[in-house]
Structures are given as C-alpha cells and as structure tokens.
Design a protein around this ligand. Structure first.
Ligand code: NAP
Length: 240
C-alpha cells in the first residue's frame, strides 16, 4: 500500500513508523514552517502542494492509495485540501487527530470558538500568557493595555500587541516549570488552543494548581468525508 501522511505532529511520526515497520510504502509531507522539524522515518517531502488542485494532481502523479491527514487539529486549510482532493480522486481519507483535552475538576476554562474571541477575553486581564503558536498572534495586536507573554517555538512574523515579551521555547514542559513561569510573571490567565496531547498539558495542571483561568479555543470542525481516528494504532486498524 502506498500512503501519503500529511504530518507535522507526533501522531504522524508514530504512524509513519508503524506503517514503515509493517512494510508499507510511506511518504510523509511537512509544510516546512519550523526551522528544525522532527523528521519521521521513511520518505519525506516538504512544502505546500498548491491548494486542493495541487494536492489532487500530486495524489494522481504519485499513485497514492490512501491519504492520512495527521496534521494538527487546528491546521484547517490543509485538512480541507485533503478532503477536496480525496473526493476528487476517490482516495480513502483518514483524519488522525489526537483526542481533545476535556475539562478536569478544579480547572477554570473560558471556552471560545475563535482566536479573535480569545483575544477579547484576554484583554480583560492585565497579564496573559499566550501559548498558541505564532500564526494567530495578530488577533491580540489591537489590545494595548494588557501585557502579553508570548511563548512559541520560532520568532513571530506577524503584528504583535504593543506590550509583549517573547519566550522562544519548545516543549515538553513540566508542571513545576509552568508554575514558575506563571507565578514569576504575575500571569492572571493563559490562552491556548485545545490541541490535546501530553506534551503541552502541563500548563493546564499548573494553571489549576495556581487557580488561574485558561482561555481555551475550541477545535474547528472537520471537513466532510473521511474517517476520524485518535491514535496511530487506530489509524493502522482503520487501514486494515
Ligand atoms: P494550514 O493553515 O492548514 O495550511 C496552510 C498551508 O500550508 C496549506 O494550504 C498547505 O499549502 C500547507 N501545508 C500545511 N500542512 C502541510 C503539510 N503537512 N504538508 C504540505 N503542506 C502543508 O496549516 P498550519 O496550521 O499552517 O500548519 C502547518 C503545519 O504545521 C502542519 O503540518 C501542521 O500539522 C503543523 N502544526 C500546526 C499547528 C497549528 O497549531 N496550526 C501546531 C503544530 C504543528 P498548500 O495549500 O500550498 O498545499
């Protein structure tokens, strides 16, 4: 079987290994955003396809039997491209998205549908920790009375709020480390996407222990078509 995995996540790397180990022909695709990406085993291609039409042509040209969209749950454009291209080519599609976080006892969640809504909520606090990556930071740019501590992997390249500090750092993070970050900076609330997964979960535990609210952006809806699974093992089962 010849599989295309749209990746950029831990789950995508786990799946590439499982499929390569069982002898499948696997090509993993990365967007090319991160400077030093963690690479999956097997063949890797890097860069956009040129929208749904480009991906459609690529699938045909490379005789792909199945496409697994294992991108981040908030990577909306590429998931839509995958759904459109699979429909156009009749290629089976699996969405592999890690389970979302669910609110635990003692956690104070302020759930919002979009990043703009998160920014409006955040602006009601004096000091905010932003752990949302760097692409949607411009939503916070209009708000000039809140101090934003921005933690991301690479330097942001979009408009930023006037009062900000940048911390360049890549997880995993510990609960103690997160508590220290929140306390020493006087953080009143943090903003995160509901990414799910263990690697970045420590901030939610730290916030709960310190009694700090979390402004949490809900996942966007999946495009129509395809089968949704929540782990690499489930994806392999679905392929079998
Ligand atoms: P996006 O907004 O859905 O995609 C923007 C464009 O980037 C797509 O239209 C596509 O270009 C290209 N692209 C995205 N993922 C690709 C992939 N795996 N292979 C080839 N091209 C890809 O995506 P994003 O939110 O920028 O995320 C980019 C990558 O970072 C994804 O691989 C995702 O898994 C990873 N990531 C995202 C987040 C997040 O919070 N969004 C967090 C961690 C990791 P064309 O239209 O030209 O094909």
């Amino acid at each position: 079987m010849r599989a295309l995995i749209l990746g950029g996540t831990r789950e995508a790397r786990d799946l590439a290994k499982l499929l390569v180990d069982r002898g499948d022909d696997v090509i993993s695709s990365l967007a090319g955003r991160v400077k030093n990406p963690a690479l999956p085993v097997g063949e890797v291609r890097i860069g956009g396809f040129g929208g749904p039409e480009g991906l459609t042509a690529w699938i045909k040209e490379h005789s792909i039997d199945v496409l697994i969209d294992a991108t981040h749950p908030f990577a909306e454009k590429i998931s839509l491209s995958a759904a459109t291209a699979c429909k156009a080519t009749g290629t089976p599609l699996i969405h592999l998205h890690r389970p979302a976080w669910t609110k635990q006892p003692g956690e104070q969640w302020i759930e919002v549908p979009t990043m703009d809504d998160a920014a409006r909520e955040a602006a009601t606090f004096s000091t905010i920790l932003l752990t949302i990556g760097r692409q949607k930071l411009a939503s916070f740019a209009p708000y000039d009375s809140t101090q934003f501590i921005i933690r991301c992997v690479d330097e942001p390249e979009v408009a930023l709020p006037p009062k900000h500090t940048i911390i360049l750092s890549r997880g995993p993070f510990t609960v103690d480390g997160e508590k220290e970050l929140l306390s020493t900076n006087g953080v009143e609330a943090l903003v995160t996407k509901n990414s799910g997964g263990a690697l970045t979960h420590a901030k939610l535990e730290a916030a709960r222990e310190l009694g700090i609210p979390v402004i949490i952006v809900q996942r966007p809806p999946l495009p129509e078509g395809g089968t949704l699974v929540h782990s690499a093992a489930e994806a392999v089962a679905a392929l079998s």
